[in-house]
Design a protein around this ligand. Structure first.
Ligand SMILES: Nc1ncnc2c1ncn2[C@@H]1O[C@H](COP(=O)(O)OP(=O)(O)OP(=O)(O)O)[C@@H](O)[C@H]1O
Ligand SMILES: [Mg+2]
Length: 237
């Protein structure tokens, strides 16, 4: 479904991605783990068209997208929940969700889509008239995921959904991600520093070190891999 081939991305002279190749098949949950600064966010930004790679190609459902504009990529079916959530703090929960559907010009019935998001994250329904900025970190993360889903993506890109969130809410969010994949049939490409959770959830996973893919395999294989255990899983991961 998504075929990332030999991507090289730079910030000025600094090379953030080195010959990265990753595949995500339709229906899968694929996780990308790696330390701070490994290039995980850069890769998601490159897929969503915000960063342009210097070399390499990205093929989504048979179409080259590495030179496409971000809004076109959303229309093709890829939607991102960014690192740090980036919700609009002065807008209400409902208004934030509505913005996620604006990519479609012809005023489609977004109310039904919002209803589905509220079923997925009932706490957002209780808070629907509350301003985004007053939500807890975990609630904001749910809102960011909900807003990305409002574009009705075929593939959802998630950048560190567990970052800075209380463990109880982290569990809820991972249950929701599984649900989005299994029930809503949305393919998931997940970036995480929480390696344990990300590998447990993943059908397949990749490890990124200094902009390079070093290890790949099924989630279960990577959980058992001793190098990964030493680097990412010991001490609670
Ligand atoms: N806008 C930018 N300008 C210059 N360098 C950048 C920019 N964004 C990221 N970088 C650099 O690119 C490298 C990869 O950063 P990136 O944000 O992709 O890492 P990451 O794996 O997402 O890290 P984290 O886990 O901390 O979010 C880092 O060395 C970072 O300093
Ligand atoms: Mg990042």
């Amino acid at each position: 479904m998504l075929d990332i081939k030999n991507i090289q991305t730079f910030y000025g002279k600094i090379q953030a991605l080195r010959d990265v190749s990753i595949k995500v098949n339709s229906g899968e949950i694929v996780s990308l783990i790696g330390a701070n600064g490994a290039g995980k966010s850069t890769l998601l930004m490159t897929v969503s068209g915000i960063n342009k790679p210097r070399e390499g190609v990205i093929i989504f459902e048979g179409k080259n997208i590495e030179k496409e504009e971000p809004h076109k990529i959303v229309k093709l079916g890829i939607s991102q929940s960014p690192e740090g959530r980036r919700i609009f703090s002065k807008l209400t929960v409902e208004e934030n969700l509505k913005l996620g559907s604006n990519i479609y010009e012809n005023g489609r019935n977004y109310l039904n889509d919002i209803k589905e998001i509220f079923e997925l994250f009932p706490v957002l329904s209780d808070r629907k008239t509350q301003r985004g900025g007053t939500l807890s970190g975990g609630e904001q993360q749910m809102l960011a995921i909900g807003r990305a889903l409002m574009a009705r993506p075929k593939m959802l890109l998630l950048d560190e959904p567990s970052l800075g969130i209380a463990p109880k809410l982290v569990n809820q969010i991972f249950v929701a991600i599984k649900n989005i994949n299994k029930e809503k049939k949305v393919t998931i490409f997940l970036v995480e520093q929480n390696a344990k959770k990300a590998l447990e959830l993943a059908d397949r996973a990749y490890v990124l070190v200094n902009g390079k893919v070093t290890i790949q395999g099924t989630g279960q294989e990577l959980l058992k891999n001793q190098d990964i255990q030493a680097a990412y899983l010991e001490g609670g991961g």
